[in-house]
Design a protein around this ligand. Structure first.
Ligand SMILES: Nc1ncnc2c1ncn2[C@@H]1O[C@H](COP(=O)(O)OP(=O)(O)OP(=O)(O)O)[C@@H](O)[C@H]1O
Ligand SMILES: [Mg+2]
Length: 254
């Protein structure tokens, strides 16, 4: 029943040691954070609103410096990390295709190659007919899907997602959960996925971490005893329900 290792794993390992982050004037958000994420792992991070999940993800993405402690990523190469923010952050003057291709453009990839990769990524998120539209013509959920395609187009070795599907209706969200899980199986990148949804965390991840409200400390770190293949029908599987109740119990503990 347990997962077998992912055969094509090309992800990176992430290690946080004694990480601390304080926002001015004196708000300790993260303290004493030790977290080791294996190459090719799919980790879900759960915790109450304001506990520091986005802060932690931004530290891993090197968008934010910790005040002390260390972050190491192995191997560590440029252009291997993609980050999907809570908001879509699209450029309004660029079409869907040009938004999805932007990181590839910044990497110096020629137009034909970058557009082919961006189109393939848009197809993965169900947006193949929208490439010439502009962000103002899209719904909130479509914008988030473009944002996800922009990340996938770079074929990242570390994919960091901060509640990427929170703005989507449940049907779209379920489709994207399945698509993301399949992508992870094919590519074996390391995924760190922040979500408020316990059921989404259990459906997607092979390991889940639950954080405390204060100082962002780990109160549960659990390998999910669930199969590798997870299709839509898996949502009603009793094994999934059992994992959800473990996570729920940890979330409810004060
Ligand atoms: N730039 C900042 N300056 C000061 N305080 C901040 C800053 N960014 C976040 N905070 C505070 O740090 C805490 C953690 O914020 P963070 O956004 O990491 O939480 P979160 O767990 O992602 O919350 P949510 O689930 O609502 O997205 C919050 O109390 C927030 O108000
Ligand atoms: Mg957040």
């Amino acid at each position: 029943m347990s997962e077998s290792p992912v055969p094509t794993a090309r992800g990176v390992a992430v290690s946080l040691e004694k990480v601390r982050k304080v926002y001015e004037p004196n708000r300790i958000v993260v303290e004493g954070m030790d977290l080791q994420v294996n190459a090719g792992e799919f980790l879900a991070i759960l915790g109450p609103s304001g506990c520091g999940k986005s802060t932690l993800l931004r530290i891993i993405a090197r968008l934010l410096e910790p005040d002390s402690g260390t972050l190491s990523i192995t191997p560590d190469n440029p252009f291997q990390t993609a980050y999907v923010f809570q908001d879509a952050h699209l450029l309004p003057w660029r079409s869907v295709l040009d938004n999805a291709a932007l990181p590839l453009e910044l990497m110096g990839i020629d137009r034909t190659a970058r557009e082919a990769k961006a189109r393939a990524a848009l197809a993965l998120v169900g947006l193949m007919d929208t490439e010439s539209l502009y962000p103002a013509q899209l719904s909130g959920g479509m914008k988030m899907r473009v944002s996800l395609a922009r990340a996938l187009a770079t074929e990242p070795r570390l994919l960091l997602l901060d509640e990427p599907f929170a703005a989507l209706d449940e049907v779209n969200r379920f489709h994207l959960d399945v698509a993301l899980r399949q992508l992870w199986q094919w590519h074996g990148m390391t995924v760190i996925f922040v979500t408020h949804s316990i059921s989404e965390a259990a459906f997607l991840a092979n390991r889940a971490v639950v954080l405390t409200r204060r100082k962002c400390q780990i109160k549960l770190d659990r390998q999910l005893d669930l199969p590798l293949e997870r299709y839509a029908s898996f949502r009603t599987d009793p094994a999934l329900a059992a994992e959800i109740s473990h996570l729920l119990e940890a979330m409810e503990e004060e």
